[in-house]
Write a protein that binds this ligand. Structure first.
Ligand SMILES: NC(=O)C1=CN([C@@H]2O[C@H](COP(=O)(O)OP(=O)(O)OC[C@H]3O[C@@H](n4cnc5c(N)ncnc54)[C@H](O)[C@@H]3O)[C@@H](O)[C@H]2O)C=CC1
Ligand SMILES: O=C(O)[C@@H]1CCC=N1
Length: 276
Protein backbone atom coordinates (compact mmCIF):
# COMPACT_ATOMS: atom_id res chain seq x y z
CA UNK A 1 0.00 0.00 0.00
CA UNK A 2 1.29 3.51 -0.85
CA UNK A 3 2.62 5.26 2.26
CA UNK A 4 0.46 8.35 1.86
CA UNK A 5 0.48 9.07 5.60
CA UNK A 6 4.25 8.74 5.98
CA UNK A 7 4.56 12.50 6.49
CA UNK A 8 1.27 13.06 8.33
CA UNK A 9 1.83 15.88 10.84
CA UNK A 10 0.53 15.87 14.39
CA UNK A 11 -0.33 13.46 17.16
CA UNK A 12 -3.56 11.46 17.06
CA UNK A 13 -5.60 10.45 20.10
CA UNK A 14 -8.27 7.80 19.62
CA UNK A 15 -10.91 7.86 22.35
CA UNK A 16 -12.40 4.40 21.94
CA UNK A 17 -10.75 1.94 19.57
CA UNK A 18 -13.14 -0.90 18.85
CA UNK A 19 -14.34 -2.37 15.56
CA UNK A 20 -14.69 0.81 13.52
CA UNK A 21 -11.93 3.04 14.89
CA UNK A 22 -9.66 -0.02 15.00
CA UNK A 23 -10.28 -0.68 11.30
CA UNK A 24 -9.48 2.96 10.52
CA UNK A 25 -6.31 2.83 12.60
CA UNK A 26 -5.14 -0.36 10.87
CA UNK A 27 -5.52 1.34 7.46
CA UNK A 28 -3.70 4.46 8.68
CA UNK A 29 -0.80 2.40 9.99
CA UNK A 30 -0.69 0.46 6.70
CA UNK A 31 -0.61 3.83 4.91
CA UNK A 32 2.48 4.82 6.87
CA UNK A 33 1.17 6.64 9.96
CA UNK A 34 3.87 6.33 12.60
CA UNK A 35 2.52 4.37 15.63
CA UNK A 36 4.53 6.74 17.84
CA UNK A 37 2.16 9.53 16.74
CA UNK A 38 -0.86 7.63 18.06
CA UNK A 39 -2.32 7.17 21.55
CA UNK A 40 -5.42 5.22 22.48
CA UNK A 41 -7.69 5.82 25.46
CA UNK A 42 -9.94 2.80 25.85
CA UNK A 43 -10.68 1.10 29.17
CA UNK A 44 -11.60 -2.24 27.58
CA UNK A 45 -9.79 -2.74 24.24
CA UNK A 46 -6.58 -4.76 24.22
CA UNK A 47 -3.43 -2.63 23.88
CA UNK A 48 -1.71 -2.66 20.48
CA UNK A 49 1.99 -3.19 20.07
CA UNK A 50 3.92 0.05 19.67
CA UNK A 51 0.96 2.31 20.47
CA UNK A 52 0.61 4.13 23.79
CA UNK A 53 -2.53 2.88 25.54
CA UNK A 54 -4.35 4.46 28.47
CA UNK A 55 -7.38 3.26 30.43
CA UNK A 56 -8.71 6.79 30.93
CA UNK A 57 -8.30 10.34 29.70
CA UNK A 58 -6.99 11.24 33.17
CA UNK A 59 -4.15 8.71 32.71
CA UNK A 60 -3.38 10.09 29.25
CA UNK A 61 -3.29 13.68 30.59
CA UNK A 62 -1.11 12.59 33.53
CA UNK A 63 1.36 11.16 30.99
CA UNK A 64 1.54 14.63 29.38
CA UNK A 65 -0.61 13.55 26.46
CA UNK A 66 -1.32 16.18 23.82
CA UNK A 67 -2.86 15.74 20.40
CA UNK A 68 -3.58 17.87 17.35
CA UNK A 69 -6.06 15.21 16.20
CA UNK A 70 -8.63 13.67 18.53
CA UNK A 71 -11.08 11.09 17.22
CA UNK A 72 -14.18 10.02 19.12
CA UNK A 73 -14.49 6.27 18.42
CA UNK A 74 -16.58 5.11 21.38
CA UNK A 75 -20.39 4.79 21.32
CA UNK A 76 -22.57 7.92 21.14
CA UNK A 77 -24.10 6.93 24.49
CA UNK A 78 -20.64 7.51 26.08
CA UNK A 79 -20.22 11.08 24.86
CA UNK A 80 -21.45 12.58 28.13
CA UNK A 81 -18.91 10.70 30.28
CA UNK A 82 -16.03 11.34 27.85
CA UNK A 83 -16.64 15.00 26.99
CA UNK A 84 -16.16 16.32 30.54
CA UNK A 85 -12.52 15.20 30.69
CA UNK A 86 -11.81 15.72 27.00
CA UNK A 87 -13.18 19.23 26.35
CA UNK A 88 -10.43 21.02 28.32
CA UNK A 89 -7.70 19.38 26.22
CA UNK A 90 -9.39 20.09 22.88
CA UNK A 91 -8.04 23.54 22.20
CA UNK A 92 -7.50 25.79 19.19
CA UNK A 93 -4.82 23.63 17.57
CA UNK A 94 -6.95 20.47 17.69
CA UNK A 95 -9.12 18.89 15.02
CA UNK A 96 -11.95 17.03 16.74
CA UNK A 97 -13.00 14.09 14.57
CA UNK A 98 -16.12 12.09 15.37
CA UNK A 99 -17.49 8.84 13.94
CA UNK A 100 -20.38 8.79 16.41
CA UNK A 101 -23.73 7.92 14.84
CA UNK A 102 -26.33 10.62 15.35
CA UNK A 103 -24.21 13.26 17.07
CA UNK A 104 -24.38 16.40 14.94
CA UNK A 105 -21.71 18.97 14.16
CA UNK A 106 -23.70 21.49 16.22
CA UNK A 107 -23.61 19.11 19.21
CA UNK A 108 -19.85 18.59 18.74
CA UNK A 109 -19.30 22.33 18.54
CA UNK A 110 -21.32 22.79 21.75
CA UNK A 111 -19.26 20.12 23.54
CA UNK A 112 -15.87 21.15 22.09
CA UNK A 113 -16.21 24.85 21.29
CA UNK A 114 -12.48 25.60 21.38
CA UNK A 115 -11.53 23.06 18.69
CA UNK A 116 -9.88 24.37 15.54
CA UNK A 117 -12.43 22.30 13.58
CA UNK A 118 -15.13 19.75 14.25
CA UNK A 119 -15.21 17.01 11.61
CA UNK A 120 -18.06 14.50 11.45
CA UNK A 121 -17.04 11.34 9.59
CA UNK A 122 -19.32 8.46 8.79
CA UNK A 123 -17.15 5.52 7.73
CA UNK A 124 -18.17 1.91 7.24
CA UNK A 125 -16.61 -1.40 8.13
CA UNK A 126 -15.43 -2.16 4.60
CA UNK A 127 -12.73 0.41 5.42
CA UNK A 128 -10.97 -2.62 6.89
CA UNK A 129 -10.00 -3.59 3.33
CA UNK A 130 -9.90 -0.06 1.89
CA UNK A 131 -13.30 -0.57 0.24
CA UNK A 132 -15.36 1.55 2.61
CA UNK A 133 -17.36 4.71 2.09
CA UNK A 134 -16.73 7.72 4.31
CA UNK A 135 -19.07 10.69 4.28
CA UNK A 136 -17.61 13.83 5.84
CA UNK A 137 -18.84 17.26 6.87
CA UNK A 138 -17.11 19.84 9.02
CA UNK A 139 -17.21 23.15 10.86
CA UNK A 140 -14.34 25.52 11.60
CA UNK A 141 -10.88 25.91 10.15
CA UNK A 142 -10.55 22.41 8.79
CA UNK A 143 -7.34 21.23 7.18
CA UNK A 144 -9.12 19.57 4.27
CA UNK A 145 -5.99 18.13 2.70
CA UNK A 146 -5.06 16.37 5.93
CA UNK A 147 -8.61 15.07 6.50
CA UNK A 148 -8.74 13.75 2.93
CA UNK A 149 -5.34 12.11 3.43
CA UNK A 150 -6.76 10.30 6.47
CA UNK A 151 -9.94 9.18 4.71
CA UNK A 152 -8.49 8.07 1.35
CA UNK A 153 -6.89 4.86 2.66
CA UNK A 154 -10.37 3.82 3.90
CA UNK A 155 -11.96 3.87 0.42
CA UNK A 156 -14.39 6.25 -1.28
CA UNK A 157 -14.72 9.71 0.30
CA UNK A 158 -17.89 11.78 -0.12
CA UNK A 159 -17.78 15.36 1.16
CA UNK A 160 -21.18 16.72 2.20
CA UNK A 161 -21.94 20.46 2.24
CA UNK A 162 -23.30 20.08 5.80
CA UNK A 163 -24.44 17.25 8.06
CA UNK A 164 -28.21 17.65 7.56
CA UNK A 165 -28.44 14.30 5.71
CA UNK A 166 -25.85 12.50 7.83
CA UNK A 167 -28.37 10.39 9.82
CA UNK A 168 -29.73 8.99 6.56
CA UNK A 169 -26.21 8.47 5.23
CA UNK A 170 -25.34 6.71 8.50
CA UNK A 171 -28.18 4.27 7.88
CA UNK A 172 -27.36 3.97 4.18
CA UNK A 173 -23.62 3.46 4.13
CA UNK A 174 -22.68 3.09 7.81
CA UNK A 175 -25.25 0.43 8.68
CA UNK A 176 -25.45 -0.63 5.03
CA UNK A 177 -22.87 -3.45 5.16
CA UNK A 178 -24.90 -5.13 7.92
CA UNK A 179 -28.04 -4.95 5.77
CA UNK A 180 -26.15 -6.45 2.84
CA UNK A 181 -24.73 -9.21 5.07
CA UNK A 182 -28.26 -9.98 6.27
CA UNK A 183 -29.55 -10.12 2.67
CA UNK A 184 -26.80 -12.56 1.74
CA UNK A 185 -27.48 -14.60 4.87
CA UNK A 186 -31.19 -14.76 4.00
CA UNK A 187 -30.43 -15.70 0.38
CA UNK A 188 -28.21 -18.49 1.66
CA UNK A 189 -30.84 -19.61 4.19
CA UNK A 190 -33.42 -19.78 1.40
CA UNK A 191 -31.03 -21.83 -0.76
CA UNK A 192 -30.53 -24.19 2.17
CA UNK A 193 -34.27 -24.43 2.78
CA UNK A 194 -34.74 -25.45 -0.86
CA UNK A 195 -32.08 -28.15 -0.78
CA UNK A 196 -28.50 -26.79 -0.96
CA UNK A 197 -25.99 -27.66 1.75
CA UNK A 198 -25.25 -24.81 4.19
CA UNK A 199 -21.66 -24.46 2.93
CA UNK A 200 -22.55 -24.52 -0.77
CA UNK A 201 -25.40 -22.10 -0.23
CA UNK A 202 -23.30 -19.49 1.56
CA UNK A 203 -20.41 -19.81 -0.92
CA UNK A 204 -22.73 -19.51 -3.91
CA UNK A 205 -24.65 -16.61 -2.36
CA UNK A 206 -21.45 -14.69 -1.52
CA UNK A 207 -20.01 -15.20 -5.01
CA UNK A 208 -23.30 -14.22 -6.64
CA UNK A 209 -23.65 -10.95 -4.67
CA UNK A 210 -19.94 -10.17 -5.14
CA UNK A 211 -19.98 -10.87 -8.87
CA UNK A 212 -23.19 -8.92 -9.48
CA UNK A 213 -21.87 -5.90 -7.53
CA UNK A 214 -18.54 -5.97 -9.36
CA UNK A 215 -20.32 -6.18 -12.73
CA UNK A 216 -22.63 -3.30 -11.80
CA UNK A 217 -19.67 -1.16 -10.77
CA UNK A 218 -17.47 -1.93 -13.77
CA UNK A 219 -20.16 -1.87 -16.49
CA UNK A 220 -21.53 1.61 -15.78
CA UNK A 221 -24.99 0.20 -16.59
CA UNK A 222 -28.08 0.67 -14.43
CA UNK A 223 -29.08 -2.30 -12.21
CA UNK A 224 -32.44 -2.58 -14.01
CA UNK A 225 -30.70 -2.84 -17.40
CA UNK A 226 -28.43 -5.60 -16.12
CA UNK A 227 -31.37 -7.46 -14.54
CA UNK A 228 -33.06 -7.36 -17.95
CA UNK A 229 -29.94 -8.97 -19.47
CA UNK A 230 -30.25 -11.85 -16.98
CA UNK A 231 -33.99 -12.33 -17.39
CA UNK A 232 -35.09 -14.22 -20.49
CA UNK A 233 -38.68 -13.64 -21.48
CA UNK A 234 -40.77 -16.32 -19.78
CA UNK A 235 -37.65 -17.76 -18.11
CA UNK A 236 -36.56 -18.61 -14.60
CA UNK A 237 -35.32 -15.15 -13.59
CA UNK A 238 -38.55 -13.42 -14.54
CA UNK A 239 -40.48 -15.89 -12.41
CA UNK A 240 -38.36 -14.88 -9.41
CA UNK A 241 -38.40 -11.15 -10.20
CA UNK A 242 -42.20 -11.24 -10.35
CA UNK A 243 -42.22 -12.36 -6.71
CA UNK A 244 -39.63 -9.75 -5.66
CA UNK A 245 -41.44 -6.91 -7.43
CA UNK A 246 -44.94 -7.76 -6.25
CA UNK A 247 -46.70 -4.65 -4.93
CA UNK A 248 -43.44 -2.73 -4.61
CA UNK A 249 -42.81 -4.76 -1.43
CA UNK A 250 -39.03 -4.74 -1.67
CA UNK A 251 -38.74 -0.96 -1.93
CA UNK A 252 -41.28 -0.60 0.88
CA UNK A 253 -39.26 -2.98 3.06
CA UNK A 254 -35.97 -1.17 2.32
CA UNK A 255 -37.59 2.18 3.05
CA UNK A 256 -38.75 0.89 6.44
CA UNK A 257 -35.30 -0.52 7.20
CA UNK A 258 -33.55 2.77 6.39
CA UNK A 259 -36.16 4.87 8.18
CA UNK A 260 -35.75 2.83 11.37
CA UNK A 261 -31.95 3.12 11.25
CA UNK A 262 -32.05 6.84 10.41
CA UNK A 263 -34.49 7.62 13.20
CA UNK A 264 -32.42 5.69 15.72
CA UNK A 265 -29.58 8.10 14.90
CA UNK A 266 -31.78 10.96 16.06
CA UNK A 267 -32.56 9.11 19.28
CA UNK A 268 -28.86 8.43 19.87
CA UNK A 269 -28.17 12.13 19.45
CA UNK A 270 -30.74 12.89 22.17
CA UNK A 271 -29.14 10.33 24.49
CA UNK A 272 -25.65 11.74 23.77
CA UNK A 273 -26.97 15.22 24.52
CA UNK A 274 -28.44 13.98 27.79
CA UNK A 275 -32.03 14.53 26.59
CA UNK A 276 -32.80 10.87 25.89
N1 LIG B 1 -19.21 -0.48 13.57
C1 LIG B 1 -19.46 0.23 12.45
O1 LIG B 1 -19.56 -0.34 11.34
C2 LIG B 1 -19.61 1.73 12.51
C3 LIG B 1 -19.57 2.39 13.72
N2 LIG B 1 -19.68 3.76 13.77
C4 LIG B 1 -19.58 4.46 15.03
O2 LIG B 1 -18.34 4.06 15.62
C5 LIG B 1 -18.43 4.11 17.03
C6 LIG B 1 -17.90 2.83 17.61
O3 LIG B 1 -18.65 1.73 17.15
P1 LIG B 1 -18.02 0.28 17.13
O4 LIG B 1 -16.59 0.34 16.73
O5 LIG B 1 -18.93 -0.54 16.35
O6 LIG B 1 -18.13 -0.11 18.67
P2 LIG B 1 -17.15 -1.01 19.55
O7 LIG B 1 -17.95 -1.43 20.73
O8 LIG B 1 -16.49 -2.05 18.72
O9 LIG B 1 -16.03 0.05 20.01
C7 LIG B 1 -16.26 1.01 21.00
C8 LIG B 1 -15.02 1.10 21.85
O10 LIG B 1 -15.19 2.14 22.81
C9 LIG B 1 -14.55 1.71 24.00
N3 LIG B 1 -15.04 2.48 25.14
C10 LIG B 1 -16.08 2.22 25.96
N4 LIG B 1 -16.17 3.19 26.92
C11 LIG B 1 -15.18 4.07 26.67
C12 LIG B 1 -14.74 5.26 27.31
N5 LIG B 1 -15.38 5.77 28.37
N6 LIG B 1 -13.65 5.91 26.80
C13 LIG B 1 -13.02 5.41 25.71
N7 LIG B 1 -13.39 4.29 25.08
C14 LIG B 1 -14.45 3.63 25.55
C15 LIG B 1 -14.88 0.23 24.08
O11 LIG B 1 -13.98 -0.44 24.95
C16 LIG B 1 -14.72 -0.18 22.64
O12 LIG B 1 -13.40 -0.64 22.34
C17 LIG B 1 -19.89 4.37 17.37
O13 LIG B 1 -20.03 5.70 17.78
C18 LIG B 1 -20.63 4.10 16.07
O14 LIG B 1 -21.76 4.94 15.95
C19 LIG B 1 -19.83 4.51 12.62
C20 LIG B 1 -19.88 3.91 11.41
C21 LIG B 1 -19.81 2.45 11.24
O1 LIG C 1 -25.06 0.51 14.50
C1 LIG C 1 -24.60 1.63 14.76
O2 LIG C 1 -25.17 2.39 15.54
C2 LIG C 1 -23.33 2.07 14.06
C3 LIG C 1 -23.54 3.28 13.19
C4 LIG C 1 -23.44 2.80 11.78
C5 LIG C 1 -22.97 1.43 11.91
N1 LIG C 1 -22.85 1.06 13.15
Amino acid sequence: MTKTLGKFAGRMLLVGCGNMAGAMLDRWLAAGLDPAQVAIVDPFAAPREGIAHFASLADWSAADGTAEWVMLGMKPQQLGEVAGDLAPVVQGDTHLLSILAGVSLADLAARFPAAKAQVRILPNLAARIGAGVSAVASLGEVDEAAVTALLKPLGTVVALADDSTMDLVTAFTGSGPAFVFRLIESYAAAGERLGLSADDSLRLATATFGGATALLESSGEKPGALAAQVASKGGTTQAGLDVLDEGGQLVALMTNVLRAARDRGRELADIARGDG
